[in-house]
Design a protein around this ligand. Sequence first.
Ligand code: ADP
Ligand code: MG
Length: 263
Amino acid sequence: FVHMPHATPPAAPDRPSGGTGAPLVRLSRVNKHFGDLHVLRDIDLEVARGEVVVVIGPSGSGKSTLCRAINRLEPIDSGEILVDGVPLPAEGRALARLRADVGMVFQSFNLFAHKSVLQNVTLGPVKVRGRSAPEAREQAMRLLTRVGVADQAQKLPAQLSGGQQQRVAIARALAMEPKVMLFDEPTSALDPEMINEVLDTMVSLAKQGMTMIVVTHEMGFARKAADRVVFMADGQIVEQAAPEEFFANPRSERAKDFLGKIL
Ligand code: ADP
Ligand code: MG
């Protein structure tokens, strides 16, 4: 393995202040309706390389739709979404490849129930990234080790706890070597004692410089790992600020009201 000399500090991840230029994710005037319901209203959002953005807001405010739109699981009506400068194509192989640049972890773990943990992690890289099976296995074991479930590799998802399954889901997303990871309330379906093991995995990912958009009401995570908190209500970004500023001084009535209910 490559030994890092102790004298050399690890390279700092590119933070927004690092000035590396174009945002990694850019939404411009994005609108989305479900029938008469205007769920995303003129959303403008830029996420820099290495930035961790936490999205919070009341239920029904459009947070999941926003995540799904970024991954093109949900088509938008107008506006533009660029990932690393490129719009996601509408369909086909190009979509599969570019969608793999955007890793997604859902509330429900969405693992393939009839495949082993290991197969869950190797499938995408072999099919979409064109990895050889041995290569994919080696990488999967490395990632499963990183999220602390390597000893579960041969089991079926149902044999794991919820927290373990969610960590497998994170490993599976990372196996595609995404440029950005989206998390949509990744801990809200977990028993309380399992929440921290998943949050800890996410914090360490953030510290390693991964670009992340995280929908969560875990304010401890926001304080620890977020560069920015984005507050949504009724399909709009109502305000955004650094976590310490947002929690100490929410400006809008809606944000004050919301924080009053969850804190
Ligand atoms: P959040 O994740 O913030 O709770 P969502 O993005 O899930 O909000 O939903 C935003 C609004 O859009 C809600 O009113 C929800 O009921 C509605 N909605 C979400 N998905 C659909 C859908 N597929 N069809 C119709 N309405 C939907
Ligand atoms: Mg949601």
